[in-house]
Design a protein around this ligand. Structure first.
Ligand SMILES: [Zn+2]
Length: 413
């Protein structure tokens, strides 16, 4: 089996220009004694919006790896795929995120078979490291079965479909249920992993939905102490499930961060050390935002483009925010008027957009709107990518610094 290393960082950019700048952050981390492995991720949704193809991401990753002489394993993630979308990715990806969130709560799956499978664990399960037993009584089982059994049987179907195309053991399997309405409890995570074991899915990363809000490109919103307790319990459950269900020893949690969850990184860092376990963290939007910051910083045409992206996103607010409604919280009243932004200096634009919690000008509403504004940049076509090329140095420096200093170091350091 292709076995995933303990620490992996998911990274990606909308326009396939920051492969090297991102890999440079990983290389610098290794120079400092940290050991993250890169996973280039791009969701089907993103490919559709910017009209890129899965092979483009593979080409970007390979070319960065060759240019910077990266000689350790790396991965290309078909992020958030399902049976309907996976075929376009089977040639170029070696990491697949099976998104089964749409099947959560749907009827289906063989509940009689699952009841037999889980029966040996009894009505209460003592998990080392948990201060309470997990409840597996009839009510808890019925609840979890009606919520997750169909979704996990779908994960089995997607896994087998990919395995038949690529060969068993030739790829890494992640299962994601993060894009659902409500978070999953550690008790539910245990049963989800049991269902995947029953389906014989060799899951190596599992992305539950955690408590709190993971809005795009901005900090965590929620009770940090509660998150820490839940994450601690989830890690205990994962370690236990590996032993009990014979799941891959490399199985770990995957945090679909939506980027920039700075206030929970210290808790995550403490807990992976406490448990001595691995972790996968996905980012992507943060690198797109660094591109815009770099262009604004460059001034001239770069700043003009950054302002156009804001104006375009502002004018098409409903269209662009619609697909992200559950993962953004923008108060339109807190958005600066387009005419005002048009008069801003490079410095003012950058101070408003950059995720610096200590800066009084930082505006998370502005930042979230730019986050969903990449469609406007995509429509600028060669003018946008031309600016990325012209200002590759300043953009790349922002991308590398952000990924290394604000993400990799606090999480894995
Ligand atoms: Zn996700």
């Amino acid at each position: 089996m292709k076995t995933l290393e303990p620490y992996t960082i998911g990274m990606g950019d909308r326009f396939a220009h920051q492969g090297r700048a991102q890999l440079r952050a990983v290389l610098e981390a290794w120079d400092l004694g940290l050991t993250p492995h890169p996973v280039w991720n791009k969701s089907n949704r993103e490919h559709t919006i910017v009209h890129s193809r899965p092979e483009d991401l593979r080409a970007e990753a390979d070319s960065a790896v060759n240019a910077l002489l990266w000689n350790r394993p790396y991965y290309v993630d078909a992020d958030h795929i399902g049976l309907k979308t996976v075929d376009a990715f089977t040639g170029s990806a070696d990491f697949f995120t099976l998104d089964v969130a749409d099947f959560v709560g749907k009827p289906g799956g063989d509940s009689v078979r699952f009841e037999k499978f889980i029966a040996p664990w009894g009505k209460q399960v003592n998990v080392p490291g948990l201060d309470r037993p997990l409840t597996l009584d009839a009510q808890a089982l019925a609840g979890a079965t009606s919520k997750f059994l169909k979704a996990m049987s779908e994960a089995g179907a997607i896994y087998r479909h990919i395995a038949s195309a690529k060969g068993t053991g030739e790829f890494v399997t992640e299962v994601s249920v993060d894009e659902t309405d409500s978070p999953q409890t550690p008790d539910e995570l245990f049963l989800i992993l049991a269902m995947l074991a029953m389906e014989k899915v060799p899951v190596q990363t599992i992305a539950p939905k955690f408590t709190g809000r993971f809005n795009k490109g901005v900090d965590y919103s929620g009770d940090v102490a509660r998150f820490e307790k839940e994450f601690d319990e989830d890690l205990a459950v994962v370690a236990f499930a590996i032993r009990e269900f014979g799941l891959p020893a490399s199985l770990k949690l995957s945090v679909h961060s939506g980027s920039d969850k700075f206030s929970i990184y210290p808790a995550i860092n403490r807990l992976i050390k406490k448990h001595g376990c691995g972790l996968h963290v996905k980012t992507a939007g943060t690198t797109w935002l660094e591109e815009v910051i770099g262009l604004a910083e460059a001034g001239g045409e770069g700043l003009a483009i950054a302002k156009e992206i804001y104006a375009g996103a502002h004018a098409r607010f409903d269209e662009l925010t619609g697909p992200y409604a559950t993962v953004i919280d923008i108060d339109p009243a807190r958005l600066p008027p387009v005419a005002e932004v048009a008069s801003w200096s490079a410095d003012q634009y950058v101070r408003t957009l950059r995720h610096d919690r200590g800066c009084p000008d930082y505006n998370p509403h502005f930042r979230q709107l730019i986050h969903v504004g990449f469609k406007v940049a995509a429509e600028l076509g060669a003018r946008y990518t031309g600016a990325l090329k012209a200002h590759a140095d300043i953009v790349g420096a922002n991308v590398t610094h952000n990924l290394l200093e604000r993400h990799i170091k606090p999480i894995f350091g």
